[in-house]
Design a protein around this ligand. Structure first.
Ligand code: 2AL
Length: 243
């Protein structure tokens, strides 16, 4: 099967990290196509970034549809454009926050999310509420490192590890959910260091989508998630109207 993993920001270095995490868990019959859009923000850490990342993300979903992709992962912890992508794709689409929170809910009574900037905490709480995961989400903590510095700051993994350890203690949680796709490569190391389960959303989402495709399951398209009605789109969005 062909799975498209979209990093909805335009940082190719981060797409490489995401591609490695996805490929490491994919089954032998699964090909991972990791992409990032040609247009949009370099990183996503505000509601504004998130809104403007969505057109580029949807262009990548359209490209995946043309290539016959069987399923999709949106590899940003805000799960931008998730419902729109579900309308546009034939196969199942999962966001990494959605997949990570559900996976973590299997691992104990509650989890803590460790995200990037403090301003992204609200979105994580909103998503926990939206997904029915509020009961399991015991805390959301920020490491205060901008997304693109996760890769360039040699001390970032130590800072994130320390916050994960403190979050477990403060929240009384059983597991950690990493709140950024750019933290994927650190999952095993942080888990070993803090002695608790650490969930990376990229791996969780790839495996969940792979399972859905294997089961022959896709998004229901009887009403809300049917293809959007065709209409004229104008200006720079003129190519986005469904035919
Ligand atoms: C993210 C993420 O996963 N990708 C990105 O650009 N921003 N998440 C975050 N909490 O900042």
């Amino acid at each position: 099967m062909l799975l498209t993993v979209v990093n909805p920001n335009t940082s190719w270095e981060m797409t490489t990290v995401i591609s490695s995490a996805a490929t490491a868990v994919a089954g032998p019959g699964t090909t991972i196509r990791a992409v990032s859009p040609a247009m949009g923000p370099a990183s996503i850490e505000s509601h504004y970034d998130e809104a403007l990342a969505v057109p580029g993300l949807l262009a990548e979903i359209a490209a995946g549809e043309a290539l016959g992709s069987d399923g999709y992962v949106i590899a940003c912890f805000g799960d931008p454009g998730l419902q729109a992508a579900r309308e546009a794709a034939r196969g199942p689409v999962l966001g990494i926050a959605e997949a990570a929170m559900h996976a973590a809910s299997f691992l104990g009574r509650g989890f803590s999310v460790v995200t990037t900037l403090p301003r992204t905490r609200g979105r994580a709480w909103d998503l926990a509420e939206h997904y029915g995961m509020r009961r399991f989400c015991l805390g959301v903590h920020a490491c205060d490192i901008p997304v693109l510095e996760l890769d360039s700051d040699p001390y970032a993994i130590k800072t994130v590890t320390d916050i994960c350890r403190a979050a477990l203690r403060r929240d009384g949680s059983d597991a950690i959910v990493l709140g950024c796709a750019g933290m994927s490569a650190w999952c095993a190391q942080i888990g070993a260091d803090i002695g608790a389960p650490v969930v990376d959303g990229v791996s969780a989402a790839v495996l969940a989508v792979q399972s859905l495709v294997t089961m022959g399951l896709r998004t229901g398209d009887r009403e809300e998630f049917a293809a959007p009605p065709p209409k004229r789109y104008s200006g720079p969005l003129r190519d986005f109207g469904m035919a």
